[in-house]
Design a protein around this ligand. Structure first.
Ligand code: ATP
Ligand code: LTN
Length: 329
């Protein structure tokens, strides 16, 4: 069975973008692949975050993974910070990453270009930690949204560099980016990614938003004044985004949706998207509340941590031997 791994950082409440771009893929692949999914909480501290909020977000993330359909009997679900090997391999790979490589990562580049202050060294080097998260488990594939593809490519480069320098150690992973839904856009500025650290609540659908609130957000999504329903990301990014959301949640092709909307207006499209989103959230949240009430999150994490730790322990021991870091015979 081929292996697959991915994670999300608990920097905020999960959005519909996270679900469509990432979580949905995890669920779809869990029967076909040996899947590892984790809460990337060490990545969440690259920017300041209140410890109470970090704890809550992390627990919610596990419950939402499960509510969305991740089956802990098939998937290894774990918490990154419970495995010290991630930080250990992260440091080792930081020492194999070039400044120039990390400076080219768009997330860092965008923040510095905007003149943001308070950028931590952790934010700069986090792609090396992400490479460690990946290479630790030898996955063949890493399902991510398009914004993370560059980081998986860095992991590939680091794997090849390490294998070449010391001998075969890591599987060289491939990013897996879906065609539909790789980038869900902000509802208020559809040329910008929908993101959980967004300040304007109207711009994102949180997976834990009241369904009625989410409905209103869709109805007030920014569109354009052209009045025709087409999939045109350049000219009509708002409409293209609504079509993508509808297609992802209803499994209907975008082309077929467009045909149904020939001669119809934006109001009708928004009503349908609002309904589909609100039904989706109602169902997801009912499951989420059941999982939280059952108290199963801790046991599932403990079992997942143990399974992941066995692999991580072996991998780091091997890496340390190859580097000349282990000296006791
Ligand atoms: P932050 O705002 O903290 O940067 P984020 O919402 O952008 O967070 P990440 O934790 O960076 O989310 O991403 C988790 C996963 O979800 C990644 O695979 C990422 O590619 C995917 N993802 C995030 N936002 C979107 C989006 N708007 N559309 C599609 N996929 C997304
Ligand atoms: N950096 C990613 C989260 C992340 C990840 C990973 C994704 C951390 N480690 C390993 C896939 C594989 C993010 O910000 N979304």
């Amino acid at each position: 069975m081929k292996r697959m791994l991915s994670g999300i950082k608990p920097t905020g409440r999960l959005t519909l973008g996270n679900y469509i771009g990432a979580i949905r893929q995890f669920i779809a692949y869990q029967d076909e692949y040996e899947l590892f999914v984790f809460v990337a909480n060490m990545h969440a501290i690259t920017i300041p975050i209140d410890p109470k909020i970090l704890r809550q977000n992390s627990r919610d993330m596990v419950a939402l993974y499960l509510a969305a359909g991740l089956d802990p009997n098939k998937t290894t679900l774990f918490l990154q910070s419970d495995l010290p090997q991630h930080a250990e391999l992260g440091w080792i790979l930081t020492c194999h990453s070039y400044m120039g490589e990390l400076q080219r990562m768009t997330q860092y580049k965008d923040k510095t270009a905007k003149g943001e202050t308070g950028i931590t060294a952790g934010l700069f080097t986090y792609p090396s930690l992400m490479a460690a998260d990946i290479l630790m488990y030898d996955p063949d594939f890493v399902p991510v949204g398009i914004d993370q593809k560059q980081h998986v490519e860095l992991a590939r480069d680091l794997a090849e560099r390490f294998n070449h320098r010391y001998s075969d150690t890591f599987v060289v992973p491939q990013p897996l980016v879906e065609k539909v839904g790789a980038k869900i856009m902000s509802l208020q500025n559809p040329t910008k990614k929908m993101s959980k650290s967004e300040d304007n609540p109207k711009a994102t659908i949180d997976l834990l938003d009241e369904p009625a609130v989410a409905r209103k957000k869709i109805l007030s999504a920014v569109t354009d004044s052209l009045g025709v329903i087409r999939y045109d990301v350049e000219e009509q990014p708002g409409i293209a985004n609504l079509l993508t959301i509808l297609s992802a949640l209803s499994h209907e092709d975008i082309d077929s949706i467009i045909k149904r909307y020939e001669g119809k207006g934006y109001g009708e499209l928004k009503q349908e998207v609002a309904q589909v989103v609100s039904d989706f959230l109602t169902d997801l949240q009912a499951k989420y509340h059941d999982i939280v009430a059952s108290g199963s999150v801790d046991d599932i994490l403990k079992a997942g941590n143990e399974r992941a730790a066995r692999i991580a322990y072996k991998k780091v021991a091997k890496v340390k031997r190859k580097l000349g870091l282990s000296i006791i015979k």
